[in-house]
Design a binder for this molecule. Structure first.
Ligand code: SF4
Ligand code: SF4
Length: 482
């Protein structure tokens, strides 16, 4: 007797039926009654085909059970005991990998002194105060960075300005955009611009410039006054809410060419997610809001501990339920954490690396050093060349070899690895002192959140598949540009 046995999947329920998230293929598979029953029987104990047919004879006829077995074997949810489970090969991306997004750190200085900031706090990687990197990027370096991006990108390039506080170097940002537009047109490429700012330096001429130039804007803000002023303070300790609130309202009123998003850093002291979301969308007028837990060592009093992650998950779930209610009737909801994960699920994303850092995304320091991402810009240990000399392909290849998901032993038995792939390198560096370690301190949170998003995906696939089809349409639109 050759017995059937379970393979690797995550079972979840949505819209009153069972679904599988198939780990090797990162596909979602809806089960009907016979496939659910077959799976249940095989998961209880290994059984031969005929033993499964016999066990389910009272509920389904033999042909229906055999068809269900075939389907489950085809999608590799179950398999025969004697057939070895194939491990996916350890494939490195084809080189040279095109650069898709370049994050330009136009300054490492900031007019705020947010207590949790990785650039200035105890967790910093790069000493921006006493290190060798310039405090501001020169126009010459910024223009050389544009040439570098256009040389290394495929047909479409994204240029993101970052800091410190990005707008402290607005003159360079302005001339860089003008130069990049001209050079991209000459090179026959598309270029798109975005920036992240703390909003303190927004003023009418800057807002007008951003609107006219279709610059995507993300505002770092933590919510209503009492939450914003807890950590996002000026160097003299004064809170920043009263300074930024009117400027943001003006930005949202004038800049209508692209949706403006808020990016919230969550700490153990500011975990009222629903209240933050309501304030930023309904009271302030942001189109969308994304949340990320603070990156810090566990000793910090504001670090989110185990209970904090549980609380955060509960609140994310409540807001995600609201997202689902909106999406089911094609209404906009601005909780981007759900939307982003749904898109990855829909596209069957299976990551060998947690994010684009070091691959399609690179950060550039104020002196033009090219780094893993913006959070490592200026760190010699994470340098991949310079904008003048190009990408150090040996360093890049060595990095990709060391960080492949197949080498993260703890992740090899985790069903969430196609989407998590070990998590952010910066978080790992801060927690464990190395980018190679998976972020095992937040696995429960990742799996809980991924399960929630899978349930929403399953619900939408039954109740409003058109909502999910928009991801295909958006992709087709982007490819048409290519
Ligand atoms: S870090 Fe944790 S949640 Fe992420 S893939 Fe690894 S084991 Fe899974
Ligand atoms: S390493 Fe972390 S901070 Fe850098 S791009 Fe990836 S997810 Fe973002």
């Amino acid at each position: 007797m050759i017995a059937l046995t379970r393979r690797e999947f995550h079972l979840f329920q949505a819209a009153g039926r069972d679904f599988l998230y198939l780990v090797p293929s990162a596909a979602v598979f809806a089960l009907d009654a016979p496939t659910s029953a077959v799976l249940g029987a095989v998961c209880e104990k290994p059984l031969s085909d005929e033993a499964v047919v016999a066990a389910l004879a009272a509920r389904f006829d033999g042909d229906a059970v055999r068809t269900a077995i075939r389907e489950l074997v085809d999608v590799r949810a179950i398999g025969y005991e004697h057939q070895p489970v194939e491990q996916p090969p350890r494939m490195l991306p084809m080189m040279p990998f095109p650069l898709n997004t370049m994050v330009l750190n136009v300054t490492n200085q900031c007019n705020l002194a947010c207590t949790y900031c990785y650039e200035y706090g105890e967790d910093k990687i790069v000493d921006t105060e006493h290190g060798k990197q310039s405090k501001f990027m020169s126009e010459q370096t910024a223009l050389a960075s544009v040439d570098f991006l256009l040389k290394e990108s495929a047909r479409v390039a994204h240029l993101t300005f970052f800091g410190g506080e990005t707008l402290l170097n607005f003159p360079v940002l302005k001339s860089t955009i003008a130069y990049a537009r001209r050079r991209a047109a000459e090179a026959g490429k598309e270029i798109d611009f975005s920036l992240t700012t703390n909003a303190t330096l927004l003023k009418p001429e800057i807002i007008e410039f951003l609107a006219e130039n279709h610059v995507g804007v993300t505002i770092s803000i933590d919510g209503p006054r009492e939450m914003q002023d807890k950590f996002r303070v000026f160097h003299n300790g004064a809170g920043s809410y009263d300074v930024v609130a009117p400027k943001i309202k003006e930005l949202l009123r004038v800049h209508r060419t692209r949706p403006i998003g808020a990016r919230v850093t969550l700490t153990s002291d500011t975990l009222d997610i629903t209240r933050i979301y309501r304030h930023l969308t309904e009271e302030m007028g942001f189109w969308e809001v994304g949340f990320a837990p603070v990156t810090t060592s566990p000793q910090q009093q504001y670090a989110i501990g185990e209970h904090g992650f549980d609380r955060m998950l509960g609140q994310f779930r409540a807001l995600a339920a609201e997202f689902l209610a909106h999406a089911a009737v094609n209404r906009h909801h601005g909780f981007t954490n759900v939307k982003d994960t749904l898109e990855e699920i829909h596209k069957g994303v299976s990551k060998a690396y947690p994010c684009g850092a070091g691959l399609g995304l690179l950060g550039v320091s104020t002196d033009g050093d090219v780094a893993l991402c913006h959070r490592f810009a200026g760190s010699d240990a994470h340098k991949f060349g310079t904008v003048h000399d190009g990408i150090d392909r040996d360093a890049q290849t060595a990095f990709l070899q060391q960080h492949h998901i197949n080498d993260k032993t703890d992740c090899q038995t985790c069903w969430a690895r196609p989407l998590c792939s070990g998590g952010c390198y910066h978080e790992a560096h801060v927690r464990y002192g190395t980018t190679t370690r998976p972020n095992l301190h937040y696995c429960e949170w990742i799996r809980g959140w991924t399960d929630t998003c899978l349930q929403i995906y399953g619900e939408l696939s039954e109740r409003n598949p058109d909502f999910l089809a928009r991801f295909d349409r958006e992709e087709a639109k982007a490819e048409a540009v290519l």
